[in-house]
Design a protein around this ligand. Structure first.
Ligand code: SF4
Length: 349
């Protein structure tokens, strides 16, 4: 069978593999062996499954194929951030970013969930690209495997954290993101703790409630960027149908149901959302559940009319909140020189 008619072996379940083995008259431990090669050892060629007999390997390559992800280009920032451009089986490109903080032994990968994005947030480079498709669970998994290898090579360490803040809106690729996270957290896969994973969304009320009902164990970040509806409507069109009241109720439900950590991402734009009235509005969104706020430095994106908020304004904004007991972190931007910072991912090459 050719790749176009055979199945991608990483799209099938363990049960499918067990059924396949039994249909071929093979013992079930063969399925276990293959499953381990596919996920734990991350092979992408049947010939690498060394304890699988040769004739079975060639039968497997007739019936299945691997839809792998290839490293296409790597760029290193002055600050140690590494951006990887990855080529998918159909030629589309995505990006994943390694953000190392060796002194804290913290190594974070920022992964993508879609090719492009349909949501057109006005400050974001990805939003200027058309959404082509969702990533499949194995493609999500591969980003983590590839960047984990880079982390081992450059820093002699494994990844400690995963954030879904790359290209795309994860909750619009819901099933694939959850399946990808299952591979990442499972014992048969990378066995990472879900507490080390943060999924970041622009805020889709219905899907936040679904996360809660599905009992997910990872953390949730809301890309907030404005705490007043009229302002948020201007920069994030999704807010017109998922306004702040609706989002707060959904987040409260998420917190009460799962007890998982919630954070807000807040990019500060000079004169737009960095005044004391904005901080006051933001404080009002911090009262119904515990939340941590990450204030992020804005990175220029071509053709976008916003300007980074000056340090004294950011400091005053943050102080207003911390004085009221809100947990605030100021995040310096990383990887700006290679367009790897927040909102800059756009396959510019
Ligand atoms: S910020 Fe996220 S949701 Fe908005 S356009 Fe960019 S990638 Fe899409």
């Amino acid at each position: 069978m050719t790749a176009s008619t055979s199945k991608d072996i990483r799209q099938i379940s363990k049960q499918d593999l067990l059924d396949y083995c039994s249909s071929q008259g093979l013992p079930s431990f063969r399925a276990n062996q293959m499953w381990e090669w596919i996920w734990k050892k991350g092979v992408t060629r049947f010939d690498d499954m060394r304890n699988v007999p040769k004739d079975l390997r060639s039968k497997l390559s007739e019936d299945f194929h691997f839809q792998g992800v290839e490293l296409d280009k790597v760029q290193k920032s002055m600050d140690g951030t590494i951006k990887s451009r990855l080529k998918l089986h159909d030629g589309h490109m995505i990006e994943a970013v390694l953000i190392p903080v060796p002194k804290d032994k913290r190594f974070t990968v920022c992964v993508s969930s879609q090719v492009g994005c349909s949501l057109s947030c006005s400050f974001c480079a990805t939003g200027k690209m058309k959404r082509m498709r969702n990533l499949d669970p194995a493609e999500i998994y591969d980003q983590v495997v590839i960047v984990n290898k880079q982390c081992q090579e450059h820093f002699d360490a494994n990844l400690t954290n995963i954030v879904f803040m790359g290209m795309g809106e994860p909750l619009l690729a819901y099933n694939n993101v959850l399946k990808g996270i299952e591979h990442i957290t499972s014992e048969y896969g990378l066995h990472m703790s879900p507490r080390r994973i943060t999924v970041s969304t622009v805020g889709i009320e219905k899907m936040i409630r679904k996360l809660a009902d599905d009992g997910v164990r990872f953390n949730l970040a809301l890309s907030l960027h404005a705490a007043i509806d009229e302002k948020r409507d201007q920069i994030m069109p999704i807010n017109e149908t998922n306004n702040l009241d609706a989002l707060m109720l959904a987040l409260k439900y998420f917190y009460n149901t799962t007890n998982n950590r919630i954070s807000y991402e807040y990019i500060a734009f000079e004169g737009f959302n960095d005044g004391i009235e904005d901080a006051r509005a933001l404080y009002h969104l911090c009262r119904d559940f515990p939340v941590r706020i990450n204030i992020i430095e804005y990175n220029p994106v071509e053709g976008v009319p916003y300007v980074k908020s000056p340090e004294d304004r950011i400091d005053a904004f943050a102080r207003y909140l911390t004085d009221k007991g809100v947990m605030v972190t100021l995040r310096r931007s990383r990887g700006k020189d290679i367009d790897a910072a927040c909102g800059q991912l756009a396959n510019k090459g």
